[in-house]
Design a protein around this ligand. Structure first.
Ligand SMILES: [Zn+2]
Length: 302
C-alpha cells in the first residue's frame, strides 16, 4: 500500500527520510538543541482525535491513508547541556517485533541512521529520557546486538518516572498492546535505569516535570538557559491543533480530564514565557510556539 507523505512535511511524497526536513543544531542560552527523527508512525485518526467529532477534526488533520490513519512524526530531541549529550525519546525503534493493532510502523526506525548522519555514535549519548513508555516513545531504547536484546545507547543513563515504569511492567488489558516487554527487559537487567519521582534535575539546565494525563506518570522535559525556555511536551498533544484546543484529547489518554488540566497549566506557562515547544508527533521538526491571537491559542511553527 502506498503511504502518503506526512502531513505538513516538506519533501518527496512517500520517501521516509527526505520527508523529514531536519533542522540544524540551534542555541538556547548555553545549550544546543537538535531535533532528530525516528521517522513516521501511522495512527488511526479517530483514535488520535478522541471524542472530537470527525466533522470538526477532518478539515484540520491533513491527509489520511486508505486505512484512515494519520501519519505523525516521531521527533526526538538532542540537548547538549553542561558537557552532557541528552536524548529525549527514542521513537518506535527498529526491532519490528510485536506491534499494536493497526499502527503503521513501516516508515519508523530511522533514529540511529539519523544520529549517524549527524555524526553521533550511540555510545556518545550520556542520558536518555522517556516521557513515558508507550512503544512509540521508548522502542529505540533497545536494539538487537548479536541476536540478543541490548541497550541501544550502552553508556547512557535512562531516566523514567517510577510510576510509569511500574505501569509498564504491570500492563492491563488496555495497556498491554503498547507496553512491550522487549522495550523494558534489557533496562530492568541493567544498572543504567534511573527511576525518578516527580520533578527531577538531569543537569542544571534540563529538568523532567510531571505532566499527567496521557498516562498517570507522563512527564515533559524543560530546557532552561539564559532566560529562555524550551519544553519538550511529549504526548500533551498528538497534533498541533490539539495544543490550540484544550478539549481535543486523544483516545489514547488514560486520564483525559487530567490531561485537560495539565494542558491548561503547561500552555499558560508556555504563553507567559514565550517558550519554544517541541512536539513529538507534529510534522518534523515539530518546533513552534503557542501565541495568543485575539484571546485564542495559535500554534506557530518555528
Ligand atoms: Zn506517542
Amino acid at each position: 500500500m502506498k503511504e502518503p507523505a506526512l502531513s505538513g512535511a516538506k519533501g518527496e511524497s512517500g520517501s521516509t527520510l527526505k520527508t523529514l526536513g531536519m533542522s540544524d543544531w540551534f542555541p538556547l542560552g548555553d545549550c544546543q538543541l537538535l531535533v532528530v527523527s525516528d521517522g513516521v508512525l501511522r495512527l488511526d485518526a479517530g483514535a488520535v482525535f478522541g471524542l472530537t467529532p470527525r466533522i470538526m477534526w477532518e478539515p484540520l488533520a491533513g491527509p489520511l491513508d486508505e486505512e484512515h490513519r494519520l501519519g505523525v512524526g516521531l521527533n526526538c530531541l538532542l540537548v547538549r547541556s553542561q558537557g552532557k549529550l541528552i536524548l529525549v525519546e527514542t521513537g518506535v525503534g527498529s526491532k519490528a517485533t510485536r506491534l499494536p493493532g493497526a499502527a503503521g510502523v513501516g516508515q519508523a526506525g530511522t533514529l540511529l541512521a539519523d544520529l549517524a548522519r549527524q555524526g553521533i555514535r550511540p555510545e556518545e549519548v550520556d542520558v536518555v529520557i522517556n516521557t513515558h513508555l508507550h512503544f512509540d516513545h521508548c522502542g529505540g531504547n533497545t536494539t538487537y546486538r548479536d541476536d540478543k536484546l541490548a541497550l541501544a545507547f550502552p553508556r547512557a543513563r535512562y531516566f523514567v518516572q517510577k510510576g510509569e515504569w511500574e505501569a509498564a511492567n504491570h500492563p492491563n488489558e488496555r495497556t498491554r498492546a503498547t507496553y512491550l516487554a522487549e522495550n523494558l527487559e534489557p533496562l530492568a537487567d541493567s544498572r543504567r535505569l534511573e527511576l525518578v519521582e516527580g520533578e527531577a534535575e538531569v543537569t542544571k539546565e534540563v529538568r523532567i516535570l510531571p505532566a499527567p494525563g496521557h498516562t498517570a506518570d507522563h512527564a515533559i522535559v524543560e530546557v532552561s538557559s539564559g532566560g529562555r525556555t524550551a519544553l519538550y511536551v511529549g504526548e500533551l498533544a498528538q497534533h498541533p491543533v490539539m495544543l490550540e484546543r484544550l478539549a481535543w484529547i486523544s483516545a489514547f489518554d488514560v486520564l483525559p480530564l487530567v490531561t485537560l488540566e495539565t494542558k491548561r497549566r503547561i500552555l499558560e506557562r508556555a504563553v507567559a514565557e514565550d517558550a519554544l515547544l517541541v512536539c513529538v508527533h507534529s510534522p518534523p521538526p515539530g518546533i513552534g510556539r503557542i501565541r495568543l491571537v485575539e484571546g485564542k491559542r495559535k500554534w506557530e511553527a518555528a
